[in-house]
Design a protein around this ligand. Structure first.
Ligand code: SAM
Length: 683
C-alpha cells in the first residue's frame, strides 16, 4: 500500500472509451463498450437498476436523511462511465438530505468518455437533464490524475482518472458507501483484483457499506479477504442475486509509516475561520470555506488583492519541468483546476479569458526542453501542443502573422508550446470578487500576533483589537513567517514590476498571452500590460525606470513585430512614460507552495531529532501541528495556477473531506517538509 510515484501516476493522456450505440427495450440509445464488449447500464432500465443496485442496497435514502455530520457524506465508485450513478445519487441526496448536509463523490475511470459521448449517453434521462448539463459543462480533459468538479453548492465530484486500484491507493480520504461498478468480472478481470478490494478497505470509514451488481466468486473472496462482510441480496431485473455489505473496522492507513510527520491533524470543528491575507491565496481559501457553509473573516491590512495579486492582468500558465516530478504534477493539476474553477465561478469570463497561452522557445536549449517535456508527459493536444514558428506567429497575431523574436544562436523564429485553454486573469478583480462571497466578511486590519486558547485562536490586530476563530489560515505571502508559529518556514521575497502602455485605436491585437522571458497578454480596455521583472531578495515596491526598460527590452525581443506596430502607431516607448506596478511575491526554497497545517517545529525537533543521527530510525509519532493553524503561501509568480487548488486542499482538510490531489502531492505541499529535511540533515 505504499503510495509510490510510479509511472502510472504520471499525468499522461488517457484513451477515451470507444462506444457503440444500441437501442434498449424502450428504443432509447444506450452505450456499449467496444473494448470490454459490455453495457454501461442495463438495457432494460438503467436508471431503475442504479437505484436498486447502488442506492437502495447502500441504504442511501435513509442514510442521507439521517446525515448530520459536519463533513460531507462520501461515496466512492469504481468506473464512472456515463455518470448515471453519480447523477442518481445526487438526485437522491437532494431529495432526502437535510439542507445543511453535503455530498462528496469520488469516482475512478480508466477510459473516460468524450464530452460528446457523455452528453449523448445522458440525454436519455430528461429529468436528470439539468444535472447532466452541469457535469458535461465541467467534464475534464482525459488526463490521469484527480479532477475536482463542483457540481452544485452542496455536491462535489472528484474524478480520479486512471486504474481504480491504483487511483484508490493514492486517495487521501475515506468513503462512507461504495458503488462497486465496472464491467462484469468475466469481461474485465483486470479490475477485480485483490489490490482493488484492499485499496477500498483502506479508504473506508468505519462502517462503510458497499453494493455491487455481481456475485462472482472472485469478488466475494476478494472483499472478504480485505475485511468486508457481504451478503447476497436480490438482484435487479433478471439477475437473481447481487452483493451488499460493509466493513466494520477498516485497516489502519499505513501509507505514512515512513513519513509520520505528514500525518494530517485530527479534524477540529470549523464554524468560524479567520483568513489572514486577502490576496489570491487567502481570498480563494475564504471562498472555498464559505462555499462549505463555514463563516469566514478575511483580514488584510490593505484591501483585497493589494499585494502580489493586485495586477490588472496576469497570465494563467505554468512552466513545467521537462521530466515529470511531484512539483510539475502539482502545477499541472493546479493549472487544470484553476481553469475549471474560473469557468465555474465566472462562466461569462468577466474576470478572465481563455484566449490561450503561447510559450515561445527563446533558445535552442529551451526548444529541446520543450521536446523532452512533450515526450515525458504525453498530454492531449487540447491541453498543450507544439507549434512551429509560422503557427506561433499567426496565433500571436490573432490570425495575421506577427513577427516573433529569434531563437538565439540559430537565427530561426521562435516556435513553442501552445496551451489553447489557458489565458489571462484579472487578479485584483478576482480577489475582490472572492472577498465578496456570501459568508465572507472582509475586515481591514494587520494581524500581529496569533494566540491559541482553549476555545480556539485569538488574532491580535495592530489596532489593539482581537478576533476569535476556530481556525486561522495564514496567507500573507512574504510576511507569512512573521508569526512565532511560522518563523521556521523559509520564505524568500521576490520583487516583480509590470509595465503598462496606453494603446491608441488601430494597433494590432495579440491573440494569445505570449510568454518567453516575460509575458504579454492581449490588451485589456486599451492598456497593454507586460512584464514582469524578477528580483529575488528585494522587497521594495517603488516603481523603477530601469525595470520598465528591462520589460520593454524583453517585449521587443519576444514580439518585435508588435513593438514595431506600436512605434508606427506613435506609441511612446520611453521607459519614463510608462506606468506600472511593483509588488513582492514569496517563494519557498524548493519553489513549491506551502499548503497545509503548520507544524509545531519545536515538537518536531524533539520528536524527530533522532533522525539527525540515523535517518532510518523513524519514530512512530504522528506530526504535531499547531491545532487549527494553516498556511497557504510561497506561490511565487504562479499563484493563479497554484493558489485555487491549494485553497481546496486546505478547505478539504479543515472540513474533513477527501483531498483534490493524490496523497503524495498533499505531502509534497506540506509546510513541514523543510523542517523535517533540516532535522534529517542535522541543521
Ligand atoms: N458507473 C457507470 C455509470 O454510472 O454509467 C457505469 C460503469 S461501466 C459499467 C464500467 C466503467 O468502468 C467503464 O466506464 C470502464 O471504462 C470503467 N473501468 C473498467 N476497468 C477499469 C479500471 N481498471 N479502472 C477504472 N475504471 C475502469
Amino acid at each position: 500500500m505504499a503510495a509510490s510515484a510510479d509511472a502510472s501516476s504520471l499525468p499522461t493522456a488517457l484513451s477515451h472509451a470507444q462506444l457503440d450505440w444500441r437501442r434498449d427495450d424502450a428504443e432509447l440509445e444506450t452505450p456499449h463498450s467496444r473494448h470490454f464488449d459490455d453495457v454501461y447500464f442495463s438495457r432494460h432500465d438503467g436508471r431503475a437498476e442504479t437505484e436498486h443496485v447502488f442506492l437502495a442496497a447502500n441504504d442511501l435514502p435513509q442514510r442521507f436523511a439521517a446525515w448530520s455530520c459536519a463533513r460531507p457524506f462520501t461515496i466512492g465508485e469504481t468506473g464512472f462511465g456515463t455518470g448515471l450513478n453519480t447523477l442518481c445519487a445526487w438526485a437522491c441526496f437532494e431529495r432526502y438530505a437535510a439542507p445543511g448536509a453535503r455530498l462528496h463523490l469520488v469516482s475512478t475511470e480508466r477510459y473516460p468518455l468524450t464530452r460528446d459521448d457523455l452528453a449523448r449517453a445522458l440525454a436519455v434521462w430528461p429529468d436528470l437533464g439539468d444535472k447532466a448539463k452541469q457535469l458535461v459543462a465541467r467534464w475534464p480533459e482525459a488526463v490521469a490524475g484527480v479532477h475536482r468538479l463542483v457540481l452544485a453548492e452542496r455536491v462535489t465530484l472528484d474524478l480520479h482518472f486512471g486504474d481504480s486500484a491504483e487511483r484508490l491507493a493514492h486517495l487521501d480520504g475515506r468513503v462512507d458507501a461504495w458503488f462497486l461498478d465496472g464491467f462484469a468480472p468475466a469481461k474485465n478481470p483486470d479490475m477485480w483484483q485483490p489490490a482493488l478490494f484492499e485499496a477500498m478497505a483502506h479508504a473506508s470509514h468505519p462502517g462503510a457499506t458497499f453494493a455491487t451488481f455481481t456475485c462472482a466468486g472472485v469478488v466475494k473472496r476478494g472483499l472478504r479477504a480485505a475485511g468486508f462482510n457481504w451478503r447476497k441480496v436480490p438482484g435487479f431485473g433478471r439477475k437473481r442475486e447481487m452483493l451488499a455489505g460493509d466493513i466494520a473496522s477498516p485497516p489502519a492507513d499505513i501509507r505514512r509509516q515512513a513519513t509520520p510527520w505528514f500525518q494530517p491533524p485530527v479534524p477540529l470543528p470549523a464554524r468560524h475561520v479567520a483568513v489572514i491575507g486577502a490576496g489570491l491565496a487567502g481570498a480563494s481559501v475564504a471562498h472555498a470555506l464559505a462555499r462549505r457553509g463555514v463563516s469566514v473573516t478575511l483580514v488584510d491590512k490593505d484591501g483585497p488583492g493589494s499585494g502580489g495579486s493586485g495586477n490588472r492582468q496576469g497570465a494563467l500558465y505554468v512552466k513545467l519541468a521537462a521530466e515529470a516530478n511531484l512539483q510539475s504534477r502539482f502545477y499541472l493539476a493546479g493549472l487544470l483546476y484553476s481553469r475549471r474553477w474560473l469557468a465555474e465561478i465566472d462562466p461569462e469570463q468577466q474576470l478572465w479569458r481563455d484566449c490561450g497561452v503561447l510559450q515561445l522557445a527563446s533558445s535552442p536549449r529551451e526548444r529541446q526542453r520543450q521536446s523532452r517535456f512533450l515526450e515525458h508527459y504525453g498530454l492531449p493536444e487540447t491541453v498543450v501542443t507544439r507549434v512551429n514558428a509560422d503557427t506561433a506567429s499567426r496565433l500571436a497575431g490573432r490570425g495575421d502573422a506577427m513577427r516573433l523574436g529569434l531563437a538565439a544562436d540559430d537565427g530561426t523564429e521562435m516556435g513553442g508550446l501552445d496551451y489553447p485553454q489557458a489565458g489571462w486573469v484579472r487578479p485584483a478583480r478576482l480577489c475582490e470578487y472572492l472577498a465578496a462571497t456570501p459568508g465572507v466578511r472582509f475586515q481591514e486590519g494587520e494581524a500581529v500576533r496569533l494566540e491559541r486558547q482553549d476555545s480556539g485562536w485569538q488574532v491580535h490586530l495592530a489596532d489593539g483589537t482581537t478576533l476569535e476563530a476556530d481556525h486561522v489560515v495564514i496567507a500573507t505571502a512574504a510576511l507569512a513567517n512573521r508569526f512565532t508559529q511560522t518563523e521556521t518556514l523559509p520564505l524568500q521575497p521576490i520583487r516583480g514590476q509590470v509595465s503598462m502602455l496606453d494603446l491608441p485605436p488601430g494597433v494590432p491585437e495579440l491573440g494569445r498571452v505570449v510568454c518567453a522571458g516575460g509575458y504579454a497578454p492581449p490588451a485589456l480596455d486599451g492598456v497593454q500590460t507586460f512584464g514582469a521583472t524578477f528580483a529575488p531578495n528585494t522587497a521594495d515596491t517603488d516603481l523603477r525606470e530601469a525595470d520598465h526598460a528591462a520589460n520593454l527590452a524583453e517585449l521587443e525581443r519576444t514580439l518585435p513585430g508588435y513593438v514595431e506596430a506600436l512605434r508606427q502607431a506613435g506609441v511612446s516607448l520611453d521607459p519614463a512614460s510608462l506606468s506600472g506596478r511593483a509588488a513582492v511575491r514569496a517563494a519557498s526554497p524548493d519553489k513549491t507552495p506551502y499548503a497545509g497545517p503548520v507544524p509545531d517545529a519545536q515538537r518536531w525537533q524533539a520528536d524527530y531529532g533522532v533522525l539527525s543521527k540515523d535517518a532510518k530510525r523513524i519514530p512512530e509519532i504522528p506530526g504535531e501541528h499547531h491545532p487549527g493553524m494553516w498556511i497557504s503561501a510561497a506561490h511565487g509568480s504562479r499563484g493563479l495556477a497554484s493558489a485555487p487548488l491549494c485553497a481546496e486542499v486546505i478547505a478539504s482538510r479543515i472540513c474533513d473531506e477527501p483531498l483534490p490531489v493524490e496523497i503524495e502531492l498533499a505531502d509534497h505541499l506540506h509546510p513541514g517538509r523543510r523542517v523535517i529535511s533540516d532535522i534529517i540533515r542535522g541543521h
